[in-house]
Design a protein around this ligand. Structure first.
Ligand code: IFM
Length: 437
């Protein structure tokens, strides 16, 4: 049991759990088109053991059981993502009716169980034919994405409580085009700079297109990292500011102020697309809420060996999760308060928070992790941040991208041989919180 109670968060606070299409659905059938993660995972060395989302949690077939688990836990809302290649297999053009039928059933299933649908449009499964045209490096993606967003609004908008455009644009751009750890696996600064701008241009273009269709309650989900200098040295402090600029300020300033941080613009220089400054009003299109995904902090040191980006994360001393991330709840409070104090005050949702833990149903460390982070949310509210909801990541153990199935974030254990679901102690802790107060 958690030692916090539901009523401490306020009467309208939303509790939920989150998933993403590619990580759980499987179901690569019924007209679903190829996604960049299919070919990335099929390329040797990119994912643990060559794991892919081909089967994942078979949620495509087992969704009623998964929604029952959401309901039985007592959650108010389910954060899920649409798979673009399931709805529009080539990315643009012909719509796949069977894909529409699937999400019709899924959303109706949520409503039947009293779960509010919180949808994400893009959680990394870009249709491969769009990657063939340059994907996030191509400015046309703003229009492709807006057309897809409009389709979602027309088919499902009447039943959605909230819609996020992009999940974790830092991962879409930097992790996938500079570090190369996620699809499409580029390591190129020009590709990165273009993706950094186009992902936010696509976001703003989609928000405008959705509003023209009558959509309400629109936001974006940023993964923010609490960055702290490894030492007090001026070099490490400067590196931390740079890391914060690439990870946090680029997206926060872009979306919430309609401008990019000058130091990062200078550093990216000519790699940014010509005329990007003319797009900033679109990038900064007002949103109704901001989603923040939080897991850990980064300790940052100067890295003179990499002059383009002289900032590198170094291992910290705190207790770590099974994926090696330090457990640092204070960072969640700090980020929520920072965003609330430094930017226009907006409703904020913690759209993801959770930890990887070794396999097992008994997960006391995860119970402690959640409790500490729920307390961190209460502290942020006490300090004035308008936090309206909290979503655990994740409902199920699932395909953890480059880590394959080796890292488990679920409240519910999944046996990938049998697809049997077994609630963990952390699931029971949420059940206790949500049913007893
Ligand atoms: O599994 C991911 C998710 O897809 C995006 N946010 C972080 C999670 C844990 O790494």
């Amino acid at each position: 049991m958690f030692s916090v109670s539901r009523n401490q968060f306020g009467p309208d606070f939303t509790f939920g759990a989150a998933t993403a299409a590619y990580q759980i659905e499987g179901g690569q059938t019924d007209g679903r088109g190829p996604a960049i993660w299919d070919s990335f995972a099929a390329t040797p060395g990119n994912t643990d053991k060559g794991d892919s989302g081909v089967m994942a949690c078979d949620h495509y077939n087992r969704w009623p059981e998964d929604l029952d688990l959401m309901r039985d836990a007592g959650f108010d809302a389910y954060r899920f993502s649409f798979a673009w290649p399931r709805l529009i297999p080539a990315g643009t053009g012909t719509v796949n009716d069977k894909g529409v039928d699937f999400y019709d059933r899924l959303i109706d299933g949520m409503l039947e169980r009293g779960l509010k649908p919180y949808a994400t449009l893009y959680h990394w499964d870009l249709p491969s034919p769009l990657q063939d045209k340059g994907g996030w490096m191509n400015r046309d993606i703003a229009g492709w994405f807006a057309d897809y967003a409009v389709l979602v609004q027309q088919k499902f908008g009447d039943r959605l409580d909230a819609m996020a455009t992009i999940n974790e644009p830092w991962c879409v751009a930097f992790l996938s085009h500079f570090i190369g750890a996620h699809a499409p696996g580029y390591r190129d600064i020009r590709a990165t700079a273009r993706a950094m701008h186009h992902v936010l241009l696509a976001h703003g273009t989609a928000v405008n297109a959705l509003r023209a269709e009558g959509a309400k309650n629109l936001g974006i989900v940023l993964n923010l990292q609490k960055s702290e200098p490894a030492t007090d040295s001026p070099a490490d402090k400067a590196a931390t500011h740079l890391f914060d600029g690439i990870f946090n300020r680029w997206y926060l300033d872009g979306v919430l102020k309609g401008e990019y941080p000058a130091d990062i613009v200078k550093r990216l220089g000519d790699h940014l697309p010509d005329g990007f400054a003319d797009d900033m009003a679109v990038v900064g299109t007002p949103i109704d809420w901001l989603g923040i995904n939080y897991y850990t902090r980064s300790l940052i040191a100067d890295d003179p060996a990499t002059p383009a980006f002289p900032a590198k994360p170094v291992e910290g001393p705190l207790e770590k999760t099974d994926i090696g991330w330090e457990i640092y709840p204070q960072g969640l409070t700090d980020l929520l308060v920072r965003v609330s104090d430094d930017y226009k005050k907006l409703p904020i949702f913690v759209t993801e928070n959770g930890m990887a833990e070794v396999e097992g149903i008994d997960d006391p460390r995860r119970v402690n992790y959640y409790e500490a982070h729920l307390k961190a949310v209460l502290e942020a509210q006490r300090q004035g941040a308008d936090v309206r909801g909290y979503f655990a990541w994740s409902l199920l153990d699932n395909f953890e991208w480059a880590e394959g199935y080796a890292k488990r974030f679920g409240l519910v254990h999944v046996d990938y041989e049998t697809q049997k679901r077994s609630p963990k102690a952390s699931y029971r802790a949420f059940q206790g919180l949500l049913h007893n107060s």
